[in-house]
Design a binder for this molecule. Structure first.
Ligand SMILES: NC(=O)c1ccc[n+]([C@@H]2O[C@H](COP(=O)([O-])OP(=O)(O)OC[C@H]3O[C@@H](n4cnc5c(N)ncnc54)[C@H](OP(=O)(O)O)[C@@H]3O)[C@@H](O)[C@H]2O)c1
Length: 297
């Protein structure tokens, strides 16, 4: 079980490695060793965390810690698990949302124990990521002590632990990407259409879209569904949706498939909210299916 004296190592000094090291430092945990593909990255992590030593070799970082986070790109986790000579009793944790524990299988031959700890959060800048960790969900895999250690750590970082089985990981990660990376892409594509059509620079458009995006997330979290469902499909505004399809197909056709598929997916919840009459929901559904097939209203 982890305590404030347990030496922690980080292999892979990128966004997640640095964020975890800083967040754990803020809560009193000791990251004492790090290494990365390049010594420069390891040194940049060590500079952030007093008492942390950067090593040019991955093996040295592993040798000096009891709990080692392998926060490299997903593809490198398996190679690192095989390459290092682990020690009995060490805990080796990866932070991938898609990979399961099998990628760390080689550590078991040394008597080390694998675990997975996926922060359900976007890590682009380290300082913003450290601030956004409290309240985040951490998806955990591991047995016995490892599970307890990671549950304890998630809670200490202000997060909410959830426990996943290996067969859940691909769906878990695919859906998390929809809430993060794909939402990011959608907002980017909307901002590009504003730049093209309204001459509002992309980054100004993104700033303009941020309050509604935040407001939607806050409302979903505080009120839940179907109460938080909103939009013309919820009100049954057939005419408004017709105008949307016509204008999007002409001025931003790249957004039409997303508009139609997401609105179609939302009709079940719109019906649950019982604001729009059933026949309006049916009319909207038919119009959206036709528009998806290229038959515009
Ligand atoms: N970014 C996110 O939003 C996010 C969220 C949750 C979980 N994750 C997971 O967290 C992990 C790390 O992601 P990240 O975003 O922090 O990636 P990242 O910023 O690209 O950092 C990865 C680090 O791994 C190092 N690395 C790559 N190959 C290596 C190797 N063969 N040996 C040693 N070090 C190696 C790189 O080293 P150098 O700098 O030295 O080249 C880099 O610093 C991934 O498993 C990812 O799926 C990411």
């Amino acid at each position: 079980m982890i305590n404030y004296q347990t030496p922690i190592g980080i292999i892979g000094a990128g966004s997640v490695g640095k964020t975890l090291a800083l967040a754990m430092l803020n809560k009193g945990y000791i990251t004492n060793s790090t290494a990365s593909r390049t010594f420069e990255s390891a040194k940049s992590l060590a500079r952030l965390v007093p008492g942390c030593v950067a090593y040019p070799e991955l093996q040295s970082a592993a040798d000096n810690a009891e709990i080692i986070f392998v926060t490299t790109s997903d593809d490198a986790i398996g190679q690192i698990a095989s390459k290092i000579r682990w020690r009995k009793g060490q805990t080796v944790i990866h932070c991938s949302g898609a990979a399961s524990l099998d990628v760390l299988e080689p550590v078991r031959q040394y008597g080390a124990v694998p675990g997975a700890f996926h922060p359900c959060q976007t890590f682009s800048s380290v300082s913003e990521a450290v601030e956004s960790l409290p309240g985040s969900t951490f998806a955990i895999e591991g047995d016995g002590d490892t599970r307890a250690t990671l549950e304890h750590l998630a809670t200490a970082l202000g997060g909410n632990p959830i426990f996943l089985r290996p067969e859940h990981k691909p769906l878990y990660h695919g859906t998390v990407v929809m809430a993060g990376g794909i939402l990011n892409t959608l907002l980017g594509a909307i901002a590009d259409s504003w730049e093209r059509e309204f001459k509002i620079p992309r980054n100004d458009a993104l700033k303009a879209l941020t309050p509604i995006t935040k407001g939607t997330a806050i409302s979903l979290s505080s009120k839940g569904l179907p109460t938080a469902a909103a939009g013309p499909h919820v009100r049954g505004d057939v005419g408004t949706i017709k105008k949307h399809i016509q204008s999007i197909s002409l001025q931003a056709p790249e957004l039409l498939p997303a508009y139609c598929s997401m609105l179609l997916a939302g009709l079940g919840i719109a019906a649950e909210k019982e604001v729009a009459p059933e026949e309006k929901i049916t009319e909207i559904r038919e119009m959206l299916i036709e528009a998806s097939d290229g038959r515009l209203p």
